[in-house]
Design a binder for this molecule. Structure first.
Ligand code: APR
Length: 227
């Protein structure tokens, strides 16, 4: 089976009701990154940061995967589908996708503040201040904050380098190293960019732009790939 590598961003979860970051009503219009998504913010005001992620985690229990997530699962009957997501929600997994790599962490996981290898599933939506890891440190969201390393980028590059087809869905391509992945696929393979604001990416050939929302766009892609 051909390897179909999919890079997703917040846009694929938009039709499930989860805000993106940089659209007009996006998360970064209502919160300052510096206050809720950096290690400095955690040091300065951990309960504010923790509340921000508790609210986002709580929302996960109120939303469902959408047609875009489900269409990607259907593609697994025809391709070896590997999803590399910037999203921290669990909607790809809940839709049934089998191979999902989270570049920026996962809302439903928490970890030690002193040992990043001590990772746990968060029971319910609320992580409380005072919930400690076995080493006695406050547990924190298992999220890659701005300025932190992206440990999963190496395996993601390995997956991208083996792609026969690349599909980019619902990302502004504004954040690195995630956005650099498109430069690690073989130059001549077919690439699709599904996003209402999809644009030709400089230096990227054989790029098919599908300016649609994910639910419609992934179905259009399926029609193109399966006929
Ligand atoms: N279907 C598809 N794409 C959509 C939809 C939709 N229904 N609605 C919005 N979009 C697109 C927007 O046009 C935009 O290009 O989703 C993209 C969202 O871009 P961002 O808000 O920048 O989100 P993302 O690219 O995932 O951000 C990357 O930045 O803040 C960090 O860690 C955070 O993982 C995140 C990273």
């Amino acid at each position: 089976m051909k390897k179909l590598v999919v890079l997703t961003g917040a846009g694929i979860s938009a039709e499930s009701g989860i805000s993106t970051f940089r659209d007009h009503d996006g998360l970064w219009n209502n919160h300052r990154v510096e206050d809720v998504a950096t290690p400095e913010a955690w040091e300065r005001n951990p309960s504010l940061v923790n509340d921000f992620y508790n609210q986002r985690r709580k929302q996960l229990f109120e939303v469902e995967p959408n047609a875009g997530h489900h269409a990607l699962v259907q593609l697994e009957a025809h391709f070896d589908v590997q999803i590399i997501t910037q999203n921290v929600d669990d909607l790809h997994e809940r839709a049934g996708s089998k191979n999902v790599l989270h570049l920026h962490g996962e809302l439903k996981k928490i970890r030690s503040s002193v040992d990043p290898l001590l990772i746990y599933n968060c029971e319910g939506w609320e992580l409380k201040m005072g919930d400690l890891c076995p080493k006695g440190s406050q547990l924190r969201p298992h999220i890659v904050w701005f300025g932190e390393a992206v440990p999963m980028i190496e395996p993601a590059i390995e997956i991208a380098s083996q792609a026969d087809i690349l599909v980019v869905i619902g990302t502004s391509m504004a954040v690195y190293p995630a956005a650099s992945l498109i430069h690690y696929v073989h130059r001549n393979i077919p690439k699709y960019y599904i996003d209402p604001k999809a644009f030709p990416i400089p230096g990227i050939s054989n790029l098919h732009i599908i300016q649609e929302k994910a639910g419609v766009g992934v179905r259009k892609l399926m029609d193109e790939l399966l006929t």
